[in-house]
Design a protein around this ligand. Structure first.
Ligand SMILES: NC(=O)c1ccc[n+]([C@@H]2O[C@H](COP(=O)([O-])OP(=O)(O)OC[C@H]3O[C@@H](n4cnc5c(N)ncnc54)[C@H](OP(=O)(O)O)[C@@H]3O)[C@@H](O)[C@H]2O)c1
Length: 342
């Protein structure tokens, strides 16, 4: 790790949100310290899509040393992850498991029921991190995307702040959740949560070299909130081209095709994907690339090498405020208000 770069970018070294070199049991890589005092591995794996292949993918990931697994109720992958963890024989305490509450379960009376469903499928008594998947609340009930006859989403009657209060209470009372956090929130929305009693431990958000969100990510450092990058490989995932959430922006050349990533990769004998992941880790953020392919999984976990300042600066310069994960319209919520790439 380049100390000069760290000191400039991450002033709170050895405070919550900072990099630590202490090891998490068998995980040999870097970890960050959350504002709860818990450690979160710097590199994990995502499990969105390819549900039926996730048990194999997570088994492979655990085998090669991944100790951070990201899922969500709405991905329908929790049961496969639960199977993989159980079969691995690795003690549960050595694996950091995150899941997310979906928007139809945001009513305070529904939160613990939904959490119990996730815990049952994950075959565990607790999750290390429980996130509000989005700030919008949909109508209560079984339907994850409840729509009226007009085709529009039916929104819930409570707000994400009510859900946040319920999460705090469940965490303190039950121990079924070790830390709570959010995903896809704006700065105003995070500030509302802080006013409601507790800062999130983690904000999982879209960050990659095409969308560096410099000001917003630095603001989180000042608040002691750890930033976790989803879609750390940018528009590599064809999902964003197929669904056209990004007004066609995902159709431009893939991030991993950027010559500067290959050029830097040659210097360190690493692939463009590893360089993109290392960029996030060197900025003090954890990354959760998704892959079901063994050689890619192996490559991804070997991405916590130090990048020199000049290389970080070159990668920073790739920022084009390109946000690919933008489901705003159908969700009837002004997602990412005031943030880059909207
Ligand atoms: N909170 C949220 O709202 C939210 C939104 C999106 C994602 N996420 C989380 O973040 C995770 C990752 O996001 P993502 O899937 O959008 O994007 P990503 O991880 O940046 O990209 C995934 C794509 O990159 C490919 N890939 C993986 N490793 C590679 C490597 N070493 N070389 C070349 N290609 C590689 C994968 O291929 P293969 O699949 O063929 O292996 C897949 O097509 C998700 O699984 C999910 O857990 C959260």
């Amino acid at each position: 790790m380049n100390a000069r770069y760290l000191l400039r970018r991450i002033p709170q070294v050895n405070r919550p949100g900072s990099i630590t070199f202490r090891r998490i049991s068998n995980y040999a890589g870097k970890a960050f310290t959350l504002n709860t005092g818990a450690k979160i591995p710097a590199i994990g794996c995502g499990t969105f899509q390819d549900e039926e292949r996730q048990e194999g993918a997570v088994s492979e990931a655990l085998k090669v040393g991944v100790r951070l697994i990201d899922t969500a109720r709405v991905y329908d992958t929790e049961q496969f992850i639960g199977n993989a963890i159980k079969k691995s024989g690795i003690p549960r305490s050595e694996i950091f498991v995150t899941t997310k509450l979906w928007c139809n379960s945001f009513h305070p009376d529904d939160v613990e029921i939904a959490l119990d469903d996730s815990l049952r499928d994950l075959q565990t008594g607790y999750v290390d991190l429980f996130l509000l998947h989005y700030p919008c609340t949909f109508a209560r009930g079984e339907d994850r995307f409840p729509k009226g006859e007009d085709g529009l989403m039916i929104m819930g009657e409570t707000s994400y702040v009510d859900t946040w209060r319920a999460l705090q209470e469940i965490m303190k009372r039950t121990g079924k959740v070790k830390a709570i956090g959010v995903s896809n929130f704006s700065q105003d929305e995070v500030e509302n949560l802080i006013k409601a009693g507790m800062a999130p431990a983690v904000h999982q958000m879209e960050v990659h070299p095409f969308l560096s969100q410099k000001a917003f990510t630095q603001w989180h450092i000042t608040q002691g909130i750890h930033v976790q990058q989803f879609s750390p490989l940018g528009n590599q995932n064809s999902f964003y081209r197929d669904i056209d959430w990004s007004n066609g922006q995902a159709n431009r050349g893939r991030l991993l095709g950027e010559p500067v990533l290959a050029e830097i990769g040659n210097k360190y004998s690493k692939s463009p994907a590893q360089v993109a992941l290392a960029w996030g880790v060197n900025h003090g953020r954890s990354v959760i690339p998704k892959s079901t392919i063994p050689w890619q999984i192996k490559q991804n976990i070997a991405s916590d090498f130090a990048l020199e300042v000049e290389d970080m600066v070159k990668i920073d310069a790739l920022n084009a405020n390109l946000r690919f994960n933008t489901p705003g319209g159908p969700y009837r919520w002004p997602l990412y208000k005031g943030l880059d790439g909207v």
